[in-house]
Design a protein around this ligand. Structure first.
Ligand code: C2E
Ligand code: MG
Ligand code: MG
Length: 458
């Protein structure tokens, strides 16, 4: 059969289909693996083959909000932009979803790979026009060199992936070249992940409590803040291990422990004091949150209106109807709901209209320069006015100076929290703190909890 025979043509077409991606026309993962192994088998200088892993920033959001049709068009346009950027000795592939790769076989490394990465990132700065709508998605790139970083395709992909992870972590829309310290960081994270699985059983998790002050000076309760006392590393802050726990599906169980432990501690305080507990999105989405909370409140024997749950807006972004249900159920149980870190995420005002919040916590980002920055002053003043208009009370987070406290009190902020008023303390130190506080500064028993007067309880 000659080159042009129908059988031969059919075979070529099938081969093309097997190694190419139908949507973008780029070679697919199979073509990629074969070509990468091929490039690596030609042993040369350590940087002979550059692998660039490309991930689109914010593709998922476009796909979710504008639909899969738009998502597909975007992938086609993105593939075109990648292809148009390439020169001789450079070939692009679509690995999966919004993951692309380029294998570059050129001399003059690492400069050539850096040049290409820069050109790709530049190419993604202009919006993609889809149905006359400008859609912005950037690109993050991880680079690794074979055979220097790895002699096997799989290993080289892993190295480029680690570099890509670093690029994402460094703020997206940038490129990073793999290095050993990146790997070390990742291994540390892996170690943490493994020991975190056992931390709860080994009693390495504990809570600190930071006072919540009703202006000007009385203690109304405490916020429970989670800590991990790692046997080798020392105390690890929640910002480091909670994301790991969430990614590993551990946060539901840990979160349940936090609620129970915080409620138990609170039963050892005067019964007028409240306890606030932070919830992570994972707990909210698990579906059993209301049952869990009701059970704990019952088992511990704490009055429901002494417990306040703090959520951030990220919790509310998904499953909106279910979320309203969950919040309403908690509200009916008598549990308070606070919106944490207000002002830093989307700050959509529709949340305030649709969800039964009792408290708004203004993020410390707006508090820290309150004494000098007119814009922060205007924003904080407006939030307080708006919240009060809606019957919601306001807490200022991260109050560090007397000047900030005075300004907030003058502007009618209901509650203050921050190092100036009291740092987070261990359980025992918290009880000492309560004991040492002048009696008249502890909200009296029988006093109304929070500001029921501000927001009639639904
Ligand atoms: P958050 O809920 O906004 O908690 C306030 C954070 O600000 C705490 O950090 C607290 O120690 C810190 N802070 C308080 N006053 C000041 C101040 O005057 N200046 C400064 N610079 N910082 C102050 P922390 O304990 O590191 O917690 C960080 C975040 O981790 C919390 O932010 C919360 O989102 C999360 N978190 C803490 N405990 C838990 C938990 O049990 N479950 C969940 N899901 N998240 C938690
Ligand atoms: Mg909080
Ligand atoms: Mg906060």
């Amino acid at each position: 059969g000659g080159r042009g025979s129908p059988e031969e043509q059919e075979r070529m077409m099938l081969l093309h289909q097997a190694t190419h991606d139908a949507l973008t026309g780029l070679q697919n993962r199979r073509g990629f693996s074969e070509n990468l192994q091929q490039a690596l088998s030609v042993v040369d200088e350590p940087n002979a083959t550059a692998l660039l892993q490309i991930d689109l920033d914010g593709f998922k959001a476009v796909n979710d909000t504008l639909g899969h049709g738009t998502g597909d068009t975007l992938l086609q346009l993105a593939a075109g932009r990648i292809r148009d950027t390439l020169q001789d000795g450079e070939l692009a592939y679509r690995l999966a979803g919004d993951e692309f790769a380029v294998i570059q076989s050129r001399t003059g490394q690492p400069a050539e790979a850096e040049r290409l990465a820069g050109a790709l990132i530049e190419a993604f700065k202009a919006p993609f026009m889809i149905n006359d709508i400008p859609v912005f998605v950037g690109a993050s790139i991880g680079i690794a060199f074979g055979p220097g970083h790895a002699t096997e395709g799989e290993q080289l992909m892993k190295a480029a992936d680690i570099a890509l992870y670093a690029a994402k972590r460094d703020g997206r829309g940038c490129a990073r070249i793999f290095n050993r310290s990146m790997q070390l960081l990742l291994e540390q994270r892996e170690n943490l992940r493994r020991s975190l699985r056992m931390a709860l059983d080994r009693n390495e998790l504990y809570l600190e409590y930071q006072p919540l002050i009703r202006a000007p000076a009385s203690v109304v309760g405490f916020e429970a803040l989670l800590r991990w006392r790692h046997p080798e590393v020392g105390t690890i802050p929640p910002s480091v291990f909670i994301p790991i726990a969430e990614a590993d599906g551990l946060m539901d169980e840990i979160g349940r422990w936090v609620i129970e432990e915080a409620c138990r501690q609170a039963t050892r305080w005067p019964s007028s004091l409240t306890v606030a507990v932070n919830l992570s999105p994972a707990q909210f989405l698990s579906g059993s949150l209301t049952d869990t909370v009701a059970q704990i409140v019952d088992a511990v024997g704490i009055r429901a209106d002494r417990l306040e749950l703090e959520i951030t807006e990220t919790v509310l972004l998904e499953q909106t109807v279910d979320n309203i249900d969950t919040l309403n159920t908690l509200n009916v149980l008598g549990i308070r709901i606070a919106l944490d870190d207000f002002g830093t995420y989307y700050s959509s005002l529709s949340y305030l209209k649709n969800f039964p919040f009792d408290t708004l916590k203004i993020d410390r980002y707006f508090i820290k320069d309150l004494e000098t920055d007119r814009k922060s002053q205007t924003i904080v003043r407006s939030i307080i006015g708006m919240a009060h208009g809606l019957g919601i009370s306001v807490t200022a987070e991260g109050v560090e100076t007397p000047g900030q406290a005075q300004w907030l009190i003058r502007e009618d902020c209901d509650y203050l929290q921050g190092d100036f008023l009291g740092r987070p303390l261990g359980a025992e130190a918290t009880r000492d703190f309560i004991r040492r506080s002048p009696k008249e500064l502890i909200r009296e028993s029988g006093d109304e909890i929070w500001r029921s007067s501000v927001r009639p309880h639904a």
